[in-house]
Design a protein. Structure first.
Length: 147
């Protein structure tokens, strides 16, 4: 299974937000720190908001933050919502001459279900457990540990 760049950017955005729970984060900040083109990120943020993964606030002091705790956001849910179609193979476009008896689609569907089941076992909190190295790589200053 290969995820789209859109889904990758969605996951990176959620990771960044999970590491910054103490403040609203701007699109510009995520774009710069996560190396996501701003125009693409605007679309990602809109989709994350529409699917209720994040809350957004407009205006000068606006920004975004996670809607729920990072532990409540399952990686599998993000992938399912951001990917749209998870169909591995299209047997009818164009029509395959052996589709009426071929079992390949069933095997691939089973593999996709297993892939998603593994992702459903992990939350954004699980993939941000190594918080300090992630913060360092993303240039996030942890004000609570300075001082």
């Amino acid at each position: 299974m290969r995820l789209t760049r859109f889904t990758d950017n969605s996951l990176r955005t959620l990771i960044y937000l999970a590491l910054n729970l103490d403040k609203e984060i701007t699109i510009s900040e995520v774009s710069q720190r996560c190396e996501i083109p701003r125009n693409h990120l605007v679309k990602v943020v809109h989709a994350l908001s529409r699917h209720s993964f994040i809350l957004t606030t407009r205006g000068r002091a606006g920004g975004m933050r996670l809607k729920n705790s990072a532990g409540e956001i399952k990686v599998g849910d993000v992938v399912k919502k951001m990917e749209g179609s998870l169909e591995v193979i299209k047997c009818f476009t164009p029509r395959c001459p052996i589709s009426s008896t071929c079992q390949l689609r069933n095997v691939l569907d089973e593999a996709m279900e297993a892939f998603l089941a593994v992702l459903d076992n992990y939350s954004i909190a699980d993939i941000t457990k190594k918080e300090e190295p992630l913060r360092e790589l993303l240039g996030i200053v942890n004000f609570s540990n300075t001082g």
